[in-house]
Every structure is written in structure tokens, then in C-alpha cells.
Design a protein around this ligand. Structure first.
Ligand code: ADP
Length: 306
């Protein structure tokens, strides 16, 4: 402390300014008071040191608020981590009993087929169907909870390759629907490649799934500004009512559940992936006229953002 003050004094005597610094003062009652201290050398007409002015400001209120904020942030991170861990463990552990339900119900149908009437077979069918749907939900939930807990490091990622991989994974759906997917040149961004493939895949598969009678046409483009790349995935599907355009990104929120199969997790995963990359995702749509999903990836984001 003394040598520190001494060196500060020396710097000031050489005519340089020292920046405002923080220190702890001890009050009469022994308590610590954090303060901000600014020190100036005031010189006389001939350049001689006249006096040293030290201004001390009590910053205990600000320090207290900062500590509180820091503590809340840490608590929030901890509870987020715990929640993620819980979702992961729960969905993982639910898989095994579910598999038993599905396989033994199917076994029942196979072995006792001649003793069952149509009604019994129908009940078994419902049970197996329910188990399969639950399996899909659990898989999706697992995938959701993995974003943020099992991430790869961010690396320069060629979005042309990412798109190519997503299209390979969707080959069957694209062919079945005779979908036409076109794209502009896409850039290299700093990202988790696996997650970007997942993101493109979810958006393109939705664009095909929520189609009208017209052949699905999907166009992928991007614009890079100074700070970020904005990607757009445009379709000519059924579109989304304005009042639902924010809700669809929430887990399990679906609009057309009875008409289209799905789990309602796809867009929640997209949102999570984009937040992990410190970007934004939103939709622009008019019912009956198709939708455009936009998302951004910041230009210089090299450290993952939880
Ligand atoms: P899922 O596809 O399993 O239903 P998502 O989270 O991917 O779940 O999507 C949530 C809801 O958003 C969908 O149920 C649908 O109503 C709507 N939606 C998503 N993508 C599109 C799209 N391209 N066109 C129209 N509606 C869409």
C-alpha cells in the first residue's frame, strides 16, 4: 500500500495524471468503506507543487449493488445448469422403462394375437403409438438439453458445407415432397458446426412440413453487416399467424398439432442454439403467404455465450 502510494506520488510529481483508483478506508467503528479516490497535484505559477488534492467518494452503495447483481447472475447460472442437468438425466432415464412398455405391449400382440379380438388389438395399437410418440418427445428433449451442456468449441465454419450436410440429412423428406431448395453463397462464420447443421435442418424441415398444396420452395440467403451475418430461410408454406410468431419458439408450443406431426421442440432448439452463439432468431410471416425465418450470428464471437 505504502510503496504503491509512493509510486503514485512519483508519477504525479513527474507531471503525469493517475487514473481514479479504488481503495478501502477503515471507519472509526472498524468497518470497511470502499471509496473511489482521485488525486491531483496542484502547481503554483512557477511550476512548484503547491498542494496535493485528494477527492474521496464513498462507493459502498454501488459496490453493494454490484455484488448483489453478481450474486444473482451466479445463482441464475447455477439454476440454469441444474435445470439442464435435470432435463438431461430425466429424459435419459425415462428411455429405458419406455422401451420396456413398447416392446412388451408389442410382444403381447404378437404372442396372443389369436386370443385377441379387434378391440384389444386396437387398444394395443394405441398403447404402442403413445409409447412411440413419447420416445420422440424424449429424444427431442435430450437434444434440447444437450445444447449448452455438450457443446463443441466455436470454429470457423463454412455455411455452404453446413447447408450441404443439412440437405443430405433431409434427402428423403426433400425427395418425398419434391421440395426445391435454392440458396445464395453463404459465408464462413465462427460457430459450433454441429449445432449449425441442426439449426438449418430444423428450419428447412419445418419449411417442408408446414407446406400447402403447392410444391415446397425454400430459399436460403444471407447478408453480412459490420457486426453480424443475418441468415434467412424463406418458404411458401402455410405461414404463421402474427399472434403466434413469438410463441412458436417456446418449448412444446405448436399451432397445427392435429394436422402435422411433431414435438414442438424444433424451434426451441433453434433458439437455444442461436442464443448460445449470442445471436437472435425471429420470423416474418403472413398466413397463407409463407414464412421467412431470420437468425443472426455475430461476426467475432469466439467464446461460447451460455
Ligand atoms: P414442431 O415442428 O415439432 O411442431 P417446432 O418447434 O419446430 O415444432 O415448431 C413450432 C410450431 O411453429 C409448429 O407446430 C408450427 O405451428 C409453427 N411453424 C414452424 N415452422 C413453420 C413454418 N416454416 N411454416 C409455418 N409454421 C411453422
Amino acid at each position: 500500500e505504502i510503496s504503491d502510494s509512493k509510486s503514485k506520488l512519483q508519477i504525479m510529481l513527474k507531471g503525469k495524471r493517475i487514473p481514479v483508483f479504488e481503495r478501502i478506508l477503515i471507519a472509526k467503528d472498524g468497518s470497511n468503506i470502499p471509496v473511489e479516490n482521485s488525486v491531483f497535484v496542484v502547481k503554483g505559477e512557477n511550476g512548484e507543487v503547491e498542494f496535493i488534492q485528494s477527492i474521496i467518494r464513498d462507493i459502498s452503495k454501488r459496490k453493494e449493488a454490484e455484488e448483489k447483481l453478481q450474486k444473482s447472475l451466479e445463482d441464475l447460472e447455477k439454476s440454469n445448469r441444474e435445470l439442464q442437468q435435470f432435463a438431461y438425466v430425466a429424459s435419459h432415464d425415462l428411455q429405458e422403462p419406455l422401451r420396456m412398455i413398447a416392446s412388451f405391449t408389442q410382444l403381447l400382440e404378437k404372442r396372443y394375437s389369436d386370443q385377441l379380438d379387434d378391440m384389444a388389438r386396437e387398444y394395443i395399437h394405441f398403447a404402442v403409438d403413445g409409447a412411440n410418440r413419447m420416445q420422440n418427445l424424449i429424444n427431442a428433449l435430450l437434444m434440447y438439453s444437450r445444447v449448452g451442456t455438450r457443446d463443441d468449441p466455436f470454429q470457423p465454419t463454412d455455411c455452404m458445407e453446413v447447408l450441404g450436410q443439412a440437405l443430405i440429412n433431409l434427402k428423403q423428406v426433400i425427395e418425398e415432397n419434391h421440395a426445391i431448395v435454392t440458396n445464395e453463397e453463404l459465408p464462413i462464420v465462427i460457430a459450433d458446426e454441429h449445432q449449425l447443421v441442426q439449426l438449418f435442418q430444423n428450419l428447412i424441415s419445418n419449411a417442408i412440413k408446414f407446406r400447402t398444396d403447392e410444391l415446397p420452395r425454400i430459399h436460403i440467403s444471407s447478408v453480412t453487416t459490420g457486426e453480424e451475418t443475418i441468415f434467412s430461410v424463406r418458404d411458401n408454406g402455410i405461414g404463421i399467424d402474427p399472434s403466434y410468431q413469438e410463441k412458436i419458439f417456446i418449448i412444446f408450443q405448436r399451432l397445427d398439432g392435429h394436422r402435422f406431426p411433431g414435438t414442438g421442440i424444433g424451434l426451441a432448439i433453434c433458439k437455444r442454439i442461436i442464443e448460445h452463439h449470442a445471436g437472435r432468431i425471429w420470423v416474418e410471416s403472413e398466413p397463407g403467404k409463407g414464412s421467412i425465418f431470420h437468425f443472426t450470428i455475430p461476426i467475432k464471437e469466439v467464446t461460447p455465450n451460455e
